[in-house]
Design a binder for this molecule. Sequence first.
Ligand SMILES: [Zn+2]
Length: 384
Amino acid sequence: MDLSSIGVVDNHCHALDADQSSGGVAAWRTRFTESPHETMQTTQVADTAFYRRLMRSLASYLGLPPESEEQAILDAREQLSTEQLASGMYSDANIAGVVVDTGYPPPDRALARATFDSAVGTPRVDLLRLELLFQDLIATHGRYDDVVDDLDSRLSDVRAAGFAGFKSIAGYRTGLSIDRWQRTDVDDAFVSARADVAAKGSVRLGYKPLLDSLLHVCLARAAEQQLPVQFHIGYGDPDVDLRKASPLELRNIFEDPAYRAVPIVLLHGCWPYFREGAYLAAVYENAYLDLSYGIPFMSLAELTSMTRAAFGAAPFGKLMYSSDGTRVPELHWMGAHTGRRAIGRVLDELVSDGDLSVDQAFAAADQVLAGNAWRLYGLPGTRP
Ligand SMILES: [Zn+2]
């Protein structure tokens, strides 16, 4: 099934680096692994199916033979400015809207918003990265109650503040089992966090009672304003304890009647827990599954497995395309092409099995690639 006519809404992506120079082959490779280990970053990554597909695709995009040497491909890429790379790749991939987590890369390295917007020209909304805000507020206030008051008032009208929803990386910090804590536990955690601020000038939020309690403040605001909340799930660098990164850990949130109105978006297809993610999207009305195709760094076949589980179990209205692209536009670009191929393959299977008619399959693709995200995040204007 050819889905190239559907302009995708990338419901989970990040800014580009302002400086797109590759830095040479070894530095270029480091962008395509979640590993912190130098040998993996500079050498082993080149042997992955993902990286090979990326370089073959990039060579073709630049008009070179697919088997070209990495250095030759990077030399050709170096001829293009950041704006040319972004606008060319966004248009080649037919990207029709973006939902941007501005929490990474850091603003001093990211391409300015106005430059990006004028280069790619797509409708856009941003998400508020919660843990960065928590860290700032804890560094600012000496009393926990003042942190909560400040947080709560900043979130009194999130859309008016310029955000279409929240993004949490609790899965990278203290885990997804978000609890309600005794005040004494929260106070102890706050004292420890403030000691970090005193010693280092900032805090990296690894204190579970504190992080969980502040997340509850945000979830209450999200429920009141019906804002989607994205949770990083599963695959990531080894800061994530993957043993504890299953989306099933979010049971407390899904079972809490106070949060029934909060669309909870499970990121990265929950890979490797994609069956668990598909199950949640099939049983909780407010659970949505993000299918991301730029990261995780996988073969097309493995991304097709993730897609098959999602389309096999969950309602199509609960699935949303993304790239999770960050820093280089290749991830946003190849993610869109890969996503269409994986979704097209799975829909072909559903049609040949007799589950869906061709028209129903195309309508499902349209929902997952664009329609669901456009509606859920409230992208500006009407969908083309
Ligand atoms: Zn991301």
